[in-house]
Design a protein around this ligand. Sequence first.
Ligand code: NAG
Ligand code: NAG
Ligand code: NAG
Length: 188
Amino acid sequence: MASSPHSSSLFHHLLVFFLLLAAATAFPVTSEFELGIQKRIHFRVYFHETFIGPDNTTVTVVNMSLPYTFGNIEIYDTVLRVGPDESSTFLGRVQGAGFHVSMREEVMLVPLVLVFTAGKFVNSTLTVIGRLDASGKSERAIVGGTGVFQYAWGKLVTETVTASVAKLVVAYDVYVVYYDDLHLSAIA
Ligand SMILES: *[C@@H]1O[C@H](CO)[C@@H](O)[C@H](O)[C@H]1NC(C)=O
Ligand SMILES: *[C@@H]1O[C@H](CO)[C@@H](O)[C@H](O)[C@H]1NC(C)=O
Ligand SMILES: *[C@@H]1O[C@H](CO)[C@@H](O)[C@H](O)[C@H]1NC(C)=O
């Protein structure tokens, strides 16, 4: 059954109203930008975590006292160096958290940011998220970056070098794809 002329004109008024509303609220795309030249690099750095002493880097903020430390949460602000030695060149920090997420084994969900404050990648960051088990070996996803590492993606491969009750040193193999900003490389 055809609608009456009256309801049809009301429908058109409403349609025009909503189209005008949509046009008024649409977000304008102002410009496109260049990604730059894609770079793919690998480098190795070392994560230094200290548990005891005035320079400790890690604090347990939740301790549930459950099997496999399930439910525990740690916050850490550790040191990133060129080598495994405590006196090797400082590069920045690794800041993040460890969420103990398994009731059957020691497993952590670890979001972290590599914050470069010295060296070739100064003022740049890489954001990593992934899983870490008791083996200390892991492969985690690099999900983004800033500074030199803008639009980054890749993987972080880790392996424990030394572990004691006081200190942990882990080799970080960083495989990263990023887009070199022509402007940034011109001023570097
Ligand atoms: C960690 O460092 C703080 C500040 O220096 C200190 O108060 C605390 O006792 C240290 N913790 C451990 C476990 O050594
Ligand atoms: C959590 O609490 C238990 C019981 O008090 C203690 O034995 C354990 O060392 C604590 N763990 C951490 C990481 O602080
Ligand atoms: C890094 O950031 C600091 C503080 O903003 C600035 O003084 C320095 O020039 C920056 N270095 C580079 C290479 O961008």
